[in-house]
Every structure is written in C-alpha cells, then in structure tokens.
Design a protein around this ligand. Structure first.
Ligand code: THU
Length: 134
C-alpha cells in the first residue's frame, strides 16, 4: 500500500512551485499510477483567469502525456501561502477528470501531512457521468 503520509508531505512540498499571483492559494498534488510511478503537480494561474489549471489536473496531464492511464490514488494539500488548510477538496472539474481515468475505488487523500483522511472517488463524486453513458 502507498505510504500516504509521505505522499501528503510531497504534495505539500509541491506547493512551493504554485504560480498563484491572483489567489495566493497554493495547492500541491501527487498522483500515483498503477505502475507505481508518481506524478507531481501544482496549480498554475493565468492573468486571463480561465486558463488556470489546478494542481490535480497538472498531475493528470503529466501522467497521461507520459503514457500512464490507470491510477491508484492522489494526495492533495492546499492553503493560502504560509498556511495549510485542514482540507482542500478537489473542484468539480478535477473530480470529473478523475472519473475519466479512475475506478470507483480510486483513493483521494485529503487533509494535511499530519492529519488526513482517505476517500474513494465514488464517495466524492456519486452519480458520475462517464463514457459508459455515450
Ligand atoms: N485549486 C487547485 O489547484 N485545486 C483544488 O483542489 C482547488 C483549487 C486552485 C485553483 C486556483 O489556482 C486556486 O486554487 C484558487 O481557486
């Protein structure tokens, strides 16, 4: 089983790379592929606002563009610069991206490196719209 505490600590470290001149809210993520490879991400904002990408989707884009499409878990840590939120839940767009690639039992680890909880994708995104509908 993945070492969730280490993943949360690494996710927290990734926040140093966040480009957040508009929100000053830093998010880091670590996505673990079924291969065991880890893909890190941070949020990257843009002056035009809508091109902003969340930390989670940065990690998915890195993984999929390197050929990995099956995943075990993602660790997410966020908060204002200099602080750590007790819980930074992924936005709806990121949950939908998770649903594109991940099974119902994909684990989403939320909280801080010292106090976190493990959720399943099914728990945080019920009634999912997927390719099965098409
Ligand atoms: N953000 C993430 O990167 N992930 C989340 O789970 C929530 C929000 C980013 C987007 C934006 O750069 C900043 O946090 C404030 O919304």
């Amino acid at each position: 089983m993945a070492d969730y505490k280490r993943l949360m600590s690494l996710a927290n470290d990734m926040r140093a790379f966040s480009h957040v001149p508009y929100s000053n809210f830093r998010v880091g993520a670590v996505l673990v592929g079924k291969s065991g490879k880890e893909y890190t991400g941070c949020n990257i904002e843009n002056a035009a606002f809508s091109p902003t990408i969340c930390a989670e989707r940065t990690a998915f884009a890195k993984a999929v563009s390197e050929g990995e499409k099956e995943f075990e878990c993602i660790a997410i840590v966020g908060g204002r610069s200099g602080e750590t939120s007790p819980l930074c839940a992924p936005c709806g767009v990121c949950r939908q991206v998770m649903a594109e690639f991940c099974d119902d039992d994909f684990k989403v680890i939320l909280g801080t490196p010292d106090d976190f909880k493990v959720y399943t994708l099914k728990e945080i995104l019920p009634l999912t719209f997927t390719s099965k509908e098409l």
